[in-house]
Design a protein around this ligand. Structure first.
Ligand code: F1P
Length: 346
């Protein structure tokens, strides 16, 4: 995160500047619609960005799998901005989505990690995440870095169009600086997460739930478990559970719920009650000091209090660790999972 921010943020007379987007900031702030494309983890970062752009900059956002976008005939209007997110910068579906959007006149921004990659070169402008090389195939720090950069983009656009108060703008920028220390605090729970992983090492299925900004985090937690431990896992918005997945819940179903104390806390607590009433085993990610949930659920993992807008940067970490520990305990090669390639170029 620190690397993503370093060099990206230079306060010029109190205005947030993002190097690679300097000449395009007006276009971004004035855009009528943003379309975000990406695959896998990058798509999840896009879903987080949808909440943040709409909340802070009040620009409508659509998020689409690049792998689907390229196979339909999307309606692109003048002034549309397409943001393509890719860790490797080489994903074929994302590259094809860019070419399609470009041919229809959209302005393309890239959020990539690899400097000079094919996607970075195909875009009009962009911001690098500078997260360093991902050692493993499954994206982890790329997610955090992508969300950081997208948050900075949303903040810069919001400030430029006057959609955000100066107080909130400054508060979020200052809080972003505290995220690395908060992530360190989450890592202090590593032993506890390992104990939980041990108990569920041989579970056959998992459900992940979250609301608001924690919904894409639920998707990402489930994807990490699938990718590196090969356990079937599904992520859902917590409120969607009753529309189907609730039928799956019994005493053999671990349910990972991100239940941090934010605007959706009460609702998530009632979703947890629904799971417990059906004997599901709940692992809840909770805010430090929550005295209510520990007595309701089977296991809790505490994370520090974070502004709701920045929550995914912290709440994703225990889910990444849980997936990692389970995969290691199952004897999987976490860096080179079967059937996966670092960049999917076909
Ligand atoms: C997209 C992605 C990753 C995933 C795996 C396969 O890559 O789906 O999210 O973890 O590595 O590719 P990218 O476009 O972000 O490089």
């Amino acid at each position: 995160i620190a690397d993503s921010m370093r060099g990206r943020v230079n306060a010029d007379e109190g205005t947030l500047q993002l190097g690679g987007l300097r000449d395009y900031m007006d276009k971004l702030a004035k855009s009528k619609r943003i379309i975000i494309v990406g695959c896998g983890t990058s798509w999840h970062a896009g879903l987080v960005a949808e909440y943040i752009f709409e909340e802070l900059a009040r620009i409508p956002v659509e998020v689409e799998y690049a792998s689907e976008f390229r196979y339909r005939n999307p309606i692109i209007k003048e002034g549309d901005i397409v943001i393509a997110i890719s860790q490797s910068g080489e994903t074929a579906d994302t590259l094809a989505a860019i070419e399609l959007a470009k041919s229809k006149g959209a302005t393309i921004f890239g959020v990539c990690n690899v400097v000079g990659s094919s996607i970075a070169r195909a875009t009009h402008a962009g911001a690098y995440t500078h997260a360093g090389p991902e050692i493993g195939v499954a994206s982890t720090k790329a997610f955090t870095a992508q969300v950081t950069v997208l948050t900075l983009m949303a903040l810069a656009a919001a400030q430029r169009k006057g959609a955000i108060s100066d107080t909130l703008f400054r508060q979020l920028l200052a809080e972003l600086e505290t995220i690395p220390a908060k992530v360190e605090r989450v890592l202090e729970s590593a032993e506890k997460i390992k104990e939980i992983a041990y108990i569920f090492t041989y579970a056959r299925n998992f459900i992940y739930l979250g609301r608001g900004l924690n919904f894409p985090v639920a998707l990402e937690g489930a994807l990490k478990l699938k990718e590196i431990s090969y356990i079937h896992a599904e992520g859902y918005p917590a409120a969607e559970m009753k529309h189907g997945p609730i039928a799956l819940i019994d005493e053999d179903m671990p349910v990972v719920v991100t239940a941090t104390q934010d605007s959706s806390y009460e609702k998530v607590v009632s979703n947890i009650q629904e799971v417990k009433a059906r004997k599901g085993r709940v692992i809840a990610v909770v805010t430090e000091g929550d005295t209510h949930l520990p007595s309701m659920v089977d296991f809790t993992i505490e994370i520090p209090k974070v502004h709701e807008i920045l929550m995914p940067l912290v709440s994703v970490v225990p889910l990444q660790l849980l997936a990692y520990d389970i995969a290691v305990m199952r004897g999987r090669n976490v860096d080179q999972p079967r059937n996966l390639a670092k960049s999917v170029t076909v």
